[in-house]
Ligand binder design. Structure first.
Ligand SMILES: *Cc1c(COP(=O)(O)O)cnc(C)c1O
Ligand SMILES: [Zn+2]
Length: 436
């Protein structure tokens, strides 16, 4: 492997490892590792050259550059051989205007980045293509890796199972029992992964999988593994590119384990360093009140941080009490004048339904982000003339049970404002007309 990028401790100890080494922590301080790119080498190309290169690749329909992630290969994982890439053409997801909804929530220039329009239905595909491709390359070079493993709130496991299956690599998945949606449970089962439903919450599964991965033949696929960040960081780059290389004022996203916000910041900072953009957007993290350790830390200026025991939330993909990427995310918040806001279960459920009424099909996590957008606009943290992008992290089709319960008026302790139930009548046109 060449030296275009390497792993380095996020706390600046200076210890380096090759990107294909099976190592997740700094041996000096225990901190997480990040992929660092040789920016001097990347600066050999002008900003305009990079923009032209990336814009040109958006026209391709086959080959690895048809993927929005691999279209940025030089910035993501330059050393991987093309023929070991495992891809489902992830990325290049739609960035859609949501004006009608935006006007109702005080943000006329609202956009939604539809990351759920992807092979396994969530943004986790962006990172998993990089991780599984790297494992594939490692196995081909004879590294003794027998399986990949992850703990998951449902979407990481769906992505890992699919990409691993496509590469012919066994996958082991640890899920918190009864805490992921039925759709998310069936995805890895269908893809043939070994699925273990633990009597624990996500944080409990995370502890067990880290112990499991002390066996070096089991490769850890959680977002403490920085290879996933490299793929996920393309989301911010893609948003800017889709606006014709213009930077929006705000990017808002639901946050749980804090890997995605860290990745978002990393991608935008790389663009900034390489001169493709001359300012940074502000970032807002959205949490469910029932699982809000990052919100609580923000409230005290990140001076102290306590993990919490996450309570049950409909936004199950962010039901996390001890986020692994806390340190990474705090750095991003400082750099991007970040804010964190939270919403209640009732707020997220009604926001989901309101967004759906305006044509979206929103997952509960995206409901949290939109609810936070509305709150920040009401507080004038976001001004009415600002351009705001909400990252929709998963496809609403993964959360049918929650939506069905909402429209049946069956969500406990929730005042549902937008219920729409079917009207059951006989097959007779007069009966139909009476209903209209
Ligand atoms: C994983 C996930 C998140 C949270 O991302 P983190 O990196 O854990 O902060 C949000 N929404 C959905 C749908 C997810 O699957
Ligand atoms: Zn260190």
């Amino acid at each position: 492997m060449n030296e275009n990028s390497w792993l380095e401790c996020i706390r600046g100890c200076g210890v380096r490892h090759a990107v294909d080494e099976v190592v997740y922590h700094c041996e000096q301080c225990g901190g997480l590792l990040d992929v660092v790119h040789d920016t001097e080498a990347l600066l050999q190309h002008s900003a305009q050259e990079w923009k032209d290169l990336f814009d040109g690749r958006t026209l391709l329909r086959t080959g690895i550059y048809a993927s929005g992630v691999w279209a940025k290969k030089e910035w993501v994982c330059p050393q991987i051989p093309d023929d070991t890439v495992v891809s489902f053409n992830e990325g290049n997801t739609p960035l859609v205007s949501a004006r009608l909804l935006g006007r109702q929530i005080g943000i006329p220039d609202l956009w939604v980045k539809q990351c759920g329009n992807s092979h396994t239905g969530s943004f986790k595909d962006l990172g998993m293509t990089v991780l599984v491709s790297m494992v594939n390359a490692m196995i081909r070079r004879g590294k003794p890796i027998k399986a990949v493993a992850c703990a998951s709130t449902g979407d990481t496991s769906a992505a890992l199972a699919a990409y691993a299956a496509a590469a012919g690599i066994p996958a082991i998945i640890l899920l918190p029992r009864n805490k992921v949606s039925p759709e998310q449970l069936i995805q890895p089962l269908a893809n043939g992964a070994k699925v273990l439903a633990l009597d624990a919450d996500f944080d409990g599964c995370m502890r067990v999988v880290q112990e499991l991965a002390q066996d070096p033949s089991i490769y850890l696929a959680n977002s403490m593994n920085s290879l996933r960040m490299e793929g996920q960081k393309t989301v911010g780059i893609e948003i800017v590119q889709q606006f014709g290389w213009q930077v929006p004022d705000w990017i808002i996203l639901p946050a749980g384990n804090l890997g995605n916000v860290s990745a978002l910041g990393k991608g935008l900072l790389l663009m900034f360093e390489l001169g493709l953009i001359d300012r940074l957007p502000r970032i807002a993290c959205a949490q469910a009140q029932n699982a809000n350790p990052f919100y609580l830390a923000f409230k005290n200026g990140f001076s102290s941080y306590q993990p919490v025991v996450a309570k049950t939330s409909m936004a199950s993909a962010i039901q996390i009490g001890a986020p692994v990427s806390y340190e990474r995310a705090v750095k991003v918040m400082h750099r991007f004048e970040g804010v964190v806001e939270q919403v209640s279960e009732e707020e997220l459920a009604n926001m989901c339904a309101l967004a759906d009424r305006n044509g979206l099909y929103c997952c509960p996590q995206t409901g949290v982000a939109l609810g936070v957008a509305q709150k920040l606009a009401a507080q004038h943290v976001i001004e009415a003339n600002e351009r705001v992008v909400v990252i929709s992290t998963a496809n609403g089709l993964k959360f049918s049970q929650m939506k069905t319960a909402y429209h049946a008026g069956g969500l406990k302790d929730i005042q549902a404002h937008y219920v729409n139930a079917p009207i059951e009548i006989e097959a007779d046109v007069r009966a139909v007309l009476r209903c209209l």
